[in-house]
Design a binder for this molecule. Structure first.
Ligand code: FMN
Length: 141
């Protein structure tokens, strides 16, 4: 699933979408963020997590080895399922330099509204992934 990350040197990124557990509460979300930020700080990872209509969208970036190890942990986390990898690969510079894990939700900004009002296609996987990143970067200012 994450073979493309194994081939890179240096910085990499990983972008996915998943379905949160139907009964995931605010407390559990806070717990996910707390532990994500602690680990990411230690490992030099940065990124952004968006939560909307029961779906997670996450971009995670950083040095290859810790990135792979955290991604493997996240993929096995039972608090979400139906994980769909949107994009992964090598990165020339970080997109979320200042964020151990930026969080946003629909109250702050809606990805669906953003797509509806943008020129980005949601049909082709590449365009969809590019739109999700552009949206995440727009909320992490
Ligand atoms: C949607 C989602 C996003 C997550 N993001 C991160 C993350 O960015 N970094 C991280 O270390 N753990 C992340 N986690 C948590 C890991 O899956 C795992 O629970 C955690 O690293 C375990 O550490 P702990 O025992 O200290 O809580 C995420 C989990 C979920 C469900």
């Amino acid at each position: 699933m994450i073979n493309e990350l194994r081939d890179i040197d240096g910085l990499g990124y990983f972008l996915y979408r998943s379905s949160a557990l139907p009964d995931l509460g605010g407390g559990e979300l806070q717990q996910i963020l707390r532990s994500a930020r602690t680990h990411n700080q230690e490992l030099g990872l940065t990124g952004c997590l968006h939560y909307e209509d029961g779906m997670f969208f996450q971009w995670l970036e950083g040095p290859k080895d810790p990135l792979i190890s955290v991604v493997e942990t996240i993929l096995q986390d039972s608090r979400h399922s139906e994980i769909s990898i949107l994009d992964q690969g090598a990165l020339d510079h970080r997109r979320f330099q200042d964020w151990r894990m930026r969080f946003s939700d629909k109250d702050r900004a809606s990805l669906m509204d953003w797509f509806a009002s943008s020129e980005n296609s949601t049909f082709h996987r590449r365009d969809y992934a590019g739109g999700v990143v552009a949206f995440l970067m727009s909320v992490a200012i």
